[in-house]
Design a binder for this molecule. Sequence first.
Ligand code: ZN
Length: 150
Amino acid sequence: MSELRDLYQETILDHGRSPRHFQVLDDADRTADGYNPLCGDKIKVFLRTKDGRIEEAAFQGSGCAISMAAASLMTHAIRGASREELEETFRVFQDMVTGKIDEAAAAARLGKLVVFAGVSKFPVRIKCATLAWHTARAAMAQIEEPVSTE
Ligand code: ZN
């Protein structure tokens, strides 16, 4: 189990150091800004949707390794999702990082995103891990005001 933990940590560090989908999407039809004042994480999420589904997702921003890794893995995971599917995946992710469900229960829905299961042991990091999700949900819902985790 500790090897698995190390692997999780390695994935988070890797994505935190070199986030994927870290770019402006010029043809995005939905964007939202998010801020986590507790840690100083700032992010902008770009979505291009078609027929109610996320065709392409990307982000820009700055923050701690957890927030950048979460945004990096999220922008990959939500491709193809409808708004309802985004909400459902977010709910499972949130339940996992807050410790309501364990990673085994979350795995079917989250796939690779279970690397964030360990966040439940560090309550101060939960908002770092969920910032990108709150921001993507706001973009999908076309909420204009910036999202704050506070
Ligand atoms: Zn953070």
